[in-house]
Design a protein around this ligand. Structure first.
Ligand code: BES
Ligand code: MN
Ligand code: ZN
Length: 491
């Protein structure tokens, strides 16, 4: 599928499907659309009246416009209130238009949507992102593709002028999101610590990043007892991934992104019981997937910022040499942890990943993790939890997420709750009471970062979607990649 911005005027465009957008409460056709409608013998007006189309955001109608016209189908998408138009509205409008056009078997699609904030470049990027992310389909595990009908081959963005750079950027970012979706969606017998390391190595050679994979022995030498405690029941070797992107010249800033990378989470001996969603726990490397997706995008976007991408990858399994509940592990900063629940494994792997990252001398660290069910209870399926002792970094991330159209919400790091993690025998336990479980998890992580500004994103909810929503289909969303990219680009 090819996306391009064309200078062809709306009235002269020819192809299978033409997409137009109308605002709420002003669905009367104006300007070029009047002439267009005349060309189509009034069928757009008729469609709007017949379908009682009101321009509500998320609504859409479609009609055939006769055989003699240079266009086969017209798709009208609702854009909501004109004053409330955002890039995210446009991304979603482009997504639903692309989906509809595909359903209508349109191979060539023209998209004529309004320009956001007089910014044709950002508009083009948002539209291209919406189209690419909505049309992505995962056929890797089907013996035959589900949908063998005609695919959208060409999308023309109309009325935006020359926008090659913006469309390329959208493609680079989308390639990172799609990589993250593929990694998350693949089952645990397909995406393993070994294949995660291979993926990191492939990103490095493709986009010119530096890669280092630490094997078990090297992790042992570094004293990563918490990470290795989790890894010890798996028959697969743990892999500690460290990718580095360095710009040409002196970097403006040095940043680090750390992702939780559990390719499967059985819970360990505190095994996940009925109704705990054990069969979905291939998603538990969603943080690492977003980290690698961001690395792929940033390797192509080439910002003036140095970025480190880190993940301690393993699976949380059961065997004769599994951690026992109650075991005491020593992390690489010397802190001792009483593992009172083997299912709180993500924070153990992150502990050593954060200690390692803190030593890199970066200006800020952001970690992403499918860390707690408690965060889903707090914020639901669509919103990630943001935790940070650093107000400036927290607001940078909030701004980045806003631009990306990904939803995050800041939750407090209430120090008093750390009392819940007090251990009678070690420096801390790995779990506290059920109440406030995502906060104690964040407070646990905080023990492993020093002065470096640090933020933690709990993405247990938005890593996966049960329902189609905008440019996200059912399944892995690639959540986090676009927020990370926009954070790095704005640094
Ligand atoms: N990977 C899970 C968290 C999770 C739950 C992610 C549901 C996505 C969907 C994590 O390792 C876990 O098991 N957390 C426990 C912590 C508890 C033992 C304190 C949880 O949330 O139940
Ligand atoms: Mn767990
Ligand atoms: Zn987990």
């Amino acid at each position: 599928m090819k996306i391009r911005a064309t200078k062809t005027p709306l009235l002269e465009w020819t192809g299978d499907g033409l997409v137009i957008g109308l605002f709420e409460d002003s669905v009367e056709l104006a300007g070029d659309l009047v002439t267009l409608d005349e060309k189509f013998a009034g069928s757009i007006k008729e469609l709007i009246a017949e379908e009682e189309f009101k321009g509500k955001q998320g609504s859409s109608v479609v009609t055939r416009v006769g055989t003699a016209t240079p266009v086969r189908k017209v798709v009208v998408v609702g854009l909501g209130k004109k004053e409330a138009l955002t890039l995210e509205t446009l991304r979603k409008a482009a997504a639903s238009a692309a989906r509809l056009a595909k359903k209508q078997k349109c191979k060539t699609v023209g998209v004529s949507l309004p320009i956001w904030n007089d910014d044709a470049e950002q508009t083009a990027q948002a539209l291209a992102e919406g189209v690419e992310l909505a049309l992505y389909q995962d056929n890797r595990f089907k013996s035959e593709p589900e949908d063998k009908g005609p695919q959208v081959e060409q999308v023309d963005l109309l009325g935006l002028g020359e926008q090659e750079a913006a469309i390329t950027r959208a493609h680079q970012i989308s390639s990172g999101v799609i990589l993250a979706r593929q990694l998350v969606a693949a089952p645990a017998n397909s995406v393993t610590p070994i294949t995660m390391a291979e993926t990191a190595t492939a990103i490095a050679s493709e986009h010119n990043l530096h890669v280092e994979i630490l094997e078990r022995e090297e992790c042992e030498k570094l004293g990563m007892g918490a990470f290795l405690g989790v890894a010890q029941a798996s028959d697969l070797p743990p892999k500690f991934i460290h990718l580095t992107y360095k710009p040409e010249g002196t970097p403006k800033r040095k940043l680090a992104i750390v992702g939780k990378g559990l390719t499967f989470d059985s819970g360990g001996l505190n095994i996940k019981g009925a109704g705990s969603g054990i069969e979905t726990m291939k998603i538990d490397m969603g943080g690492a997937a977003a980290t690698l997706g961001a690395a792929k995008a940033i390797g192509q976007l080439k910002p003036d910022v140095e970025v480190h991408f880190i993940s301690a990858v393993t699976e949380n399994m059961i065997s004769g040499h599994a951690m026992h509940p109650g075991d005491i592990l020593t992390a690489s900063n010397g802190k001792t942890i009483e593992v009172n629940n083997t299912d709180a494994e993500g924070r153990l792997t992150l502990a050593d990943a954060l200690v390692f990252t803190t030593k890199l001398g970066v200006d800020a660290i952001v970690d992403l993790a499918t860390l707690t069910g408690a965060c889903i209870i707090a914020l639901g399926d669509d919103i990630g939890g943001l935790f940070s002792p650093d107000d400036a970094l927290a607001s940078e991330l909030q701004k980045a997420a806003e631009i990306a159209g990904e939803k995050i919400w800041r939750l407090p790091m209430e120090e008093k709750y750390f009392e819940g993690l007090k251990s009678g025998i070690a420096d801390m336990k790995n779990t506290g009471p059920r109440a406030g479980g995502s906060i104690t998890a964040a407070l646990f992580l905080k023990q492993f970062v020093k002065e470096t500004p640090w933020a933690h994103l709990d993405i247990a909810g938005p890593v996966w979607a049960d329902k189609e929503n905008g440019y996200n289909g059912v399944g892995a969303t690639g959540f986090g990649v676009r927020t990370l990219v926009s954070w790095v680009l704005n640094n």
